[in-house]
Design a protein around this ligand. Structure first.
Ligand SMILES: C[S@@+](CC[C@H](N)C(=O)[O-])C[C@H]1O[C@@H](n2cnc3c(N)ncnc32)[C@H](O)[C@@H]1O
Ligand SMILES: [Zn+2]
Length: 410
């Protein structure tokens, strides 16, 4: 029989705190927080997990929470089922106290909970820590005295998919879910079959794979939510460093669920030039090769998906985040990077799926490529939509065909 949990009092009695005595610790600063973290060469060798490189991920969550709280005009109950040493909880409570009513940080590792408590005390904040297997805890979340959480932040090692079904039991009418995936080898086409097994979508090794990784993750979230009667509305998704991240607002009701699942389909991509066509799930038009303007030969096309064909972010939401970033005087660990990433993502509004790599389209041509900003400008002058993309430094999103880009730009 699963352990009966949830009632703050009960949980506290259940925690058997891990012994920190033999764990080497060092001080670290992240955002506003001063933290004791494991003092190890390689983070994965540590008995508790803390990855300083994920501070950008945490920064963006804090900004998104602030914007959501302002939009919904309420303080948020945030739940982190895989909370590690509680750094997200502690930073959130320190950096946006006016936007959060309660933060529940859970981890299966009792040492992580001990360290979380120590750090919370040092920083004078009071998240609720629990020490459960998240998969069972999530299914019981409705028993929490505060009701359902407003935001669930799922930040696992590797794939989030084994936890998503359980997470969906915590969805409610006005709520959101934030999801990290770090298993980029399957998502980016190194192991397409593994990607299918985990995410029910085939990936491919194309240069635009990071965008498709985001879209494969979004389609998985959309289908999981739909099973529970929710539609998803992505507010911010991105790819950076060694992971992808999706933040979506949930909309309750069959109509929303249907609307969201109608946005799932396939992308058909030329690995050489990047030309991308999309195909809805209901459409059986098979396209398996095209005459590639780069190679001048017939190129076999890659069929990727099912993927999310809708927007991967909400432009208004990202604009609000950009405004909000400026309001953080202290706090946010990597403010310039956060601002830069949000600016680039905002510029991708209303652009088609997929992108070209200018260094690939330009291959074989003599002379240097014009600067990327000039390329964008030229395409716009010719009446095409065009933008850079955060998915790749040489990437260009446009509704022009590869031939049109090459004849205008090169
Ligand atoms: C990537 S770390 C979390 C990092 C944290 N979110 C942060 O921002 O610092 C993943 C955590 O999940 C915990 N974990 C793994 N399986 C779990 C389970 N079934 N239930 C609860 N926690 C689990 C691990 O102990 C680890 O601390
Ligand atoms: Zn091609």
């Amino acid at each position: 029989m699963p352990r009966s949990i949830l009632y703050v009092g009960d949980i506290r009695e259940e925690i058997k705190l891990g012994n920190l005595e033999n764990i080497p610790l060092r001080k670290a600063v992240e955002g506003r927080a001063e933290l004791w973290v494991p003092d190890v060469e390689r983070i994965y060798d540590a008995p508790v997990f803390y990855n300083p490189k994920m501070s950008l991920n945490r920064d963006l969550s804090i900004v998104a929470l602030k914007v959501l709280s302002n939009r919904w005009d309420k303080k948020l109950f945030v739940y982190e089922p895989l909370g590690g040493i509680g750094v997200r909880a502690i930073r959130t409570l320190m950096e946006i106290p006016e936007n959060v009513s309660h933060y529940l940080s859970n981890d299966i590792n009792s040492l992580a909970i001990s360290l979380g408590r120590k750090n919370a005390k040092t920083n004078a904040v009071n998240p609720e820590f629990t020490n459960q297997d998240a998969r069972w805890q999530m299914a019981e979340l409705r028993k929490h005295p505060l009701g359902f959480p407003s935001v669930i932040d799922l930040d696992p090692f590797g794939a989030p998919t084994p936890f998503l079904d359980a997470v969906s039991y915590g969805f409610s009418r006005e709520s959101a879910v934030f999801v990290t995936a770090t298993d980029m080898a399957p998502l980016c086409g190194v192991y397409p079959e593994t990607c299918y097994v985990k995410y029910h979508g085939f990936s491919a090794r194309v240069f635009s794979c990071h965008e498709f990784a985001v879209r494969i993750l979004l389609q998985f979230i959309a289908l999981t939510a739909a099973r529970r009667g929710y539609g998803i509305h992505p507010i911010l998704s991105f790819s950076t460093d060694h992971y992808v991240r999706a933040k979506v607002v949930l909309r309750k009701g069959k109509t929303w669920a249907k609307k969201a699942t109608a946005k799932i389909g396939f992308a058909i991509v030329c690995p050489r030039c990047g030309e991308t066509q999309v195909e809805e799930l209901v459409d059986n038009n098979d396209v398996d090769e095209h005459l590639c303007p780069v190679s001048r030969e017939k190129e076999a096309l890659e069929k990727i998906g099912p993927i999310w064909l809708g927007d991967f972010f909400d432009h208004e939401f990202v604009k609000d985040m950009q405004g909000s970033v400026q309001s953080f005087d202290v706090g946010l660990d990597q403010k310039p990077r956060v601002a830069k990433l949000l600016k680039r993502i905002a510029s991708e509004a209303n652009m088609p799926i997929g992108f070209y790599r200018m260094d690939r389209l330009g291959k074989g041509k003599t002379g240097n490529l014009p600067p990327m900003t000039e390329i964008i400008e030229k395409l716009r002058v010719h009446g095409f939509k065009a933008s850079l993309t955060h998915f790749h430094p040489q990437g260009i999103k446009t509704n022009a065909s590869p031939d049109e880009v090459m004849s205008i730009v090169l």
